[in-house]
Design a protein around this ligand. Structure first.
Ligand code: PLP
Length: 369
């Protein structure tokens, strides 16, 4: 029985393609990256995809390409993995948090407009847990105030809203391939865009600021080495080939969980909003606020079921408290959600027996807790 919190789904196909690269003389900047990028752009439905070392560097490159700099403000969500906000700090700009919609856990578009100031340059929504943010409302506000939109789609590959895939909405969108994501390259990420100028700039920044026509030792701008190598690209090609199946398997596991848990009175199961097709990154339940979440997590751990409290609110992380003076109470909905969530073991190879085991252990823990 595999009750891991997450696990990658790899087959012989991944091994074959990686072996193909290892038998070739080209381990970086070769054909496999181009193949991965072309396939990825086609899957998302955008013109350009730029492979990068991980999702965090992808977010950083999107922020630099947007021209965001010291003193600028970027409106984003406090309920996320810390990278979606750190990428703003890397450029000495300021993340301006807006509280979330309690139903979806995504940034509440109704709060965005009030947060716009003359210094606002961009909105950076996160499709949390694979549930697309309300992009129609975000796009409307962005158009009204002439703001750039960067989607953090690191948890949402393949998710759709009103028939459009995430990644199609913003000036740029960022995906990540860490081993717990829907598909993995070990470490890895992708920035997508519909804009050829953005594509060219992203490629230059990823590659030490080299220009399109320039030589190897000419650097037109301050750049980075955020390249994705051929070995990881091979993993990416093989995983993306299987993405429809990978997402379907995850959806099936989510359905099994929901069937078993929806009748438990103190457990709220995740739900897709109207017009939304989820891409299941994690399976996160919310426990009734009267329950002691941490005690229940400890009981589950003792019974061999690992869980994780996804996520702690970003503004209450020590580094943010110290820099900005947050003390708690600033974003009550995000804080409340952060106190109640529990991510259960979730991966594409889980079967009914494993799901049953987790659900039974959770039911027992709630009774004891
Ligand atoms: C995974 C993730 C990232 C990027 O992660 P890396 O580990 O750098 O690839 C960014 N934002 C969110 C919301 C994520 O879940």
């Amino acid at each position: 029985m595999d009750l891991s919190l997450s696990r990658p789904d790899l087959t012989e196909r991944e091994q074959e393609l990686v072996a193909q690269v290892l038998q070739s003389p080209t381990l970086s900047q070769g054909p496999m990256l181009l193949r991965f990028e072309a396939a990825f752009a086609a899957y998302v439905g955008v013109s350009y995809a730029v492979g990068v070392t991980n999702g965090t560097c992808g977010l950083h490159l999107a922020v630099v390409t947007a021209g965001i700099t010291e003193g600028d403000e970027v409106i984003t969500t406090p309920f996320s993995f810390v990278a979606s906000s750190n990428c703003v700090l890397y450029e000495r700009a300021r993340p301006v948090f807006v509280d979330i919609d309690p139903k979806t856990g995504n940034i509440d578009p109704a709060g965005i407009e009030a947060a716009v100031t003359p210094r606002t340059r961009a909105i950076l929504p996160v499709h949390i847990f694979g549930h697309p943010a309300d992009m129609e409302a975000i796009e409307r506000t962005a158009r009204r105030y002439d703001l750039i939109v960067i989607e953090d789609a690191c948890e949402a590959l393949g998710a759709e809203r009103d028939g459009r895939k995430v990644g199609e909405f913003g000036h740029a969108a960022v995906f990540a391939f860490y081993p717990n994501k829907q598909m993995t390259t070990g470490e890895g990420g992708m920035v997508v865009t519909r804009d050829s100028a953005w594509d060219e700039r992203l490629r230059s920044l990823r590659n030490q600021g080299r220009g399109k026509a320039g030589t190897w030792l000419e650097h037109e701008r301050l750049g980075y080495n955020y390249r994705l190598d051929e070995i990881r690209s091979a993993l990416g090609v093989a995983q993306l080939d299987r993405i429809t199946d990978l997402l379907a398997r995850r959806e099936q596991v989510a359905r099994l969980y929901t069937e078993r848990l929806q009748s438990l009175p103190d457990v709220h199961t995740p739900e897709a909003g109207p017009g939304v097709k989820m891409s299941w990154f994690v399976y996160v339940v919310r426990l009734d606020p009267r329950l002691n979440r941490n005690r229940i997590a400890a009981l589950l751990q003792a019974a061999g079921v690992p869980t994780r409290p996804y996520f702690s609110a970003i503004h209450l992380q020590p580094v943010y408290r110290e820099r900005f003076g947050y003390r708690g109470g600033e974003f009550p909905i995000a804080e409340q959600l952060a106190r109640s969530t529990l991510a259960l073991p979730f991966h594409s190879r889980m079967g009914e027996a494993e799901v049953d085991q987790v659900c039974q252990t959770l039911t027992d823990a709630i009774q004891q807790g």
